[in-house]
Design a protein around this ligand. Structure first.
Ligand SMILES: Cc1cc2nc3c(=O)[nH]c(=O)nc-3n(C[C@H](O)[C@H](O)[C@H](O)COP(=O)(O)OP(=O)(O)OC[C@H]3O[C@@H](n4cnc5c(N)ncnc54)[C@H](O)[C@@H]3O)c2cc1C
Length: 400
C-alpha cells in the first residue's frame, strides 16, 4: 500500500517532517496558505541555534540538549552550502552569578559533555570583540542557519508535492482517509494527516482544544558595517548576528496577541536598545541610520513553553470513557493517523527538526526509548489530562 500523508503548513516543522517521511517512503502533499514555503515564522533571513537552558528545569534542559545535538549534527550533514549555516559558536551573555550557577547545574546533572560550553573568560571576550566586563556562556557548537534555504533544501524530493495559496479550512475523518478542504473549495485526501500550522493548530475540530498563543516578533537589520563585529551569534536582552549575506540582523521583540503586520518604529528602537551592551559602537551606528529594514512574524507558544508533538484523543471515544480507564497508557483513546507538530515558540530551528524526526518515527511505528521520552514530554494532551487530575499519565503516555 502506498503511504500517503497531507501536511498542513510549510514552515520548518512541515518541511522537516516532509523530509523525514519522504526518506522513509512516504508520498507527501504539503499544503501552504501563502504563495511560497517559509513565509511565516520560518521566513526570517537568519535563525539562531544554541541551547537556551533554564537554571533548574532538568527535563527542559534535557529536551533542549537532545534537540540541539540532533539538529546541529543533522544540518551539518544535509549538504547545505556553507554560506547558509555555521556552527562555530554562540555566546549568551548572562549575569555572572547566574552563569556560574547554570554552569554548575549543567555539569552536576551531567547534561553536557566536556567542551560543550565554557564560562566566558578574557580570551573569549577578546576573540569575539566583546566588552571586558561581560559574563555568560560560550556554546562551542552554537550557530545559525538560513531558514528559507533550509526549508527549500528539505522539500527537494520527488515524493514531496507542494501546493501553495491553499488555506485549509476543515479536516474530516472519512472511513479510511482524512479529507481536507480549502478556502477555494479544493479537496485533498490522504490516509494520514499532520498539522504543522503553528499558531493556527486549533482552527480544526479535532485539535480545537489545544491552547496556543501568538507572540508578535520584529527583527531588524542594517547593511554590513566597517566596524569590527563579533563573528558569531551573541545574545543578551536581544541577539546580534555576525555579518550574513552582507547584513547584520538583530532583535527581537516579543508581544502577545499583537497582530500588526507592519514594522513599528518603536519596536525598531527597542531592538536597537537591546544590543547596546553587546556592541556600543554598532548600537550608535544603528541609531544614526535614517531608516532600518526589518520583518515581522509570529511565534506560536504554549503556556508551559513546551511544543505540541504527537497525537490527540478521539473526542467521541473520550466522552464515553470513565476517568479510571484513562489511567492506563495502553487504553488512551488516540485519534488514528492524525499528528501534530506545533508550538515551537522562539526555538523552532533547534526543536522542530528533532521533534519531527521523532514524529516521523511515531508515524512509522518505529519509536526508540529516547523518542518515547520525548513524546511523553511533548504530549499534546497534557493539559486535558491534567485538568482531569491525570497528571501522572499526562507525562507517561509511553512506557519507558
Ligand atoms: C521575530 C522572530 C525571531 C525568531 N528568531 C528565532 C531564532 O533565532 N531561532 C529559532 O530557533 N527560532 C526563532 N524564531 C521562532 C521560529 O521562527 C519558529 O519557532 C518557527 O519558525 C516555527 O516553525 P513552524 O513551522 O512551526 O511555523 P511557521 O514557520 O509559522 O509555519 C506554519 C505555516 O503554516 C501555514 N498555515 C497556517 N494555517 C494554515 C492553513 N489553514 N492552511 C495552510 N497553511 C497554513 C502558515 O502560512 C505558515 O507558513 C523566531 C520567531 C520570530 C517571530
Amino acid at each position: 500500500m502506498q503511504k500517503n500523508i497531507v501536511i498542513i503548513g510549510a514552515g520548518i516543522a512541515g518541511c522537516s517532517l516532509a523530509y523525514f517521511l519522504a526518506k522513509t517512503g512516504w508520498h507527501i502533499t504539503l499544503i501552504e496558505s501563502e504563495d511560497d514555503i517559509a513565509k511565516g515564522g520560518s521566513g526570517n533571513p537568519v535563525a539562531a541555534i544554541y541551547p537556551k537552558f533554564m537554571l533548574n528545569d532538568v527535563a527542559y534542559n534535557d529536551f533542549m540538549l537532545k534537540s540541539f545535538m540532533h539538529t546541529t549534527a543533522w544540518i551539518s550533514e544535509l549538504g547545505l552550502s556553507q554560506d547558509n549555516y555555521r556552527f562555530d559558536g554562540a555566546i549568551e551573555i548572562l549575569d555572572a552569578t547566574y552563569a556560574q550557577k547554570l554552569a554548575y547545574n549543567l555539569s552536576r546533572k551531567n547534561l553536557c559533555q566536556n567542551n560543550f560550553f565554557s564560562l566566558i573568560n578574557e580570551s573569549i571576550l577578546d576573540i569575539y570583540k566583546l566588552k571586558r566586563h561581560q559574563s555568560g556562556l560560550f556554546f562551542h557548537q552554537g550557530g545559525w542557519v538560513n531558514p528559507i534555504a533550509l526549508c527549500q533544501h528539505l522539500i527537494n524530493h520527488s515524493h514531496i508535492k507542494i501546493i501553495t495559496k491553499q488555506k485549509i479550512t476543515s479536516i474530516e475523518n472519512s472511513i479510511s482517509n482524512w479529507i481536507v478542504k480549502t478556502e477555494d473549495q479544493r479537496v485533498f485526501s490522504a490516509h494520514d494527516i499532520a498539522i504543522c500550522n503553528a499558531g493556527f493548530v486549533n482552527q480544526f475540530e479535532p485539535t480545537s482544544h489545544l491552547q496556543i498563543d501568538a507572540f508578535r516578533g520584529q527583527i531588524n537589520w542594517i547593511d554590513a558595517t566597517t566596524l569590527q563585529m563579533p563573528s558569531i551569534v551573541t545574545s543578551d536582552i536581544g541577539y546580534l548576528f555576525p555579518r550574513i549575506h552582507d547584513k547584520h540582523v538583530f532583535g527581537a521583540t516579543y508581544a502577545l496577541n499583537d497582530f500588526t503586520k507592519e514594522l513599528r518604529l518603536s519596536d525598531t528602537k527597542k531592538n536597537i536598545a537591546s544590543i547596546k551592551e553587546i556592541h556600543p559602537d554598532f548600537y550608535k551606528e544603528c541609531l544614526a541610520q535614517e531608516s532600518i529594514s526589518g520583518r515581522v512574524a509570529w511565534r506560536a507558544s504554549t503556556k508551559d513553553r513546551k511544543p505540541y508533538v504527537g497525537s490527540v484523543f478521539d473526542a467521541q471515544i473520550l466522552k464515553k470513557m470513565r476517568i479510571r480507564e484513562l489511567t492506563k497508557a495502553h487504553q488512551l483513546p488516540w485519534l488514528k493517523n492524525l499528528y501534530i507538530a506545533s508550538g515551537f515558540g522562539s526555538r523552532g530551528f533547534t526543536w522542530a527538526p528533532y521533534c519531527t524526526s521523532v514524529l516521523a518515527n511515531l508515524i512509522n511505528d518505529n519509536l526508540s526509548q529516547e523518542d518515547k521520552k520525548t513524546l511523553n514530554y511533548t504530549n499534546p494532551e497534557r493539559y486535558r489530562l491534567k485538568k482531569m487530575s491525570l497528571k501522572k499519565i499526562a507525562n507517561h503516555i509511553f512506557e519507558v
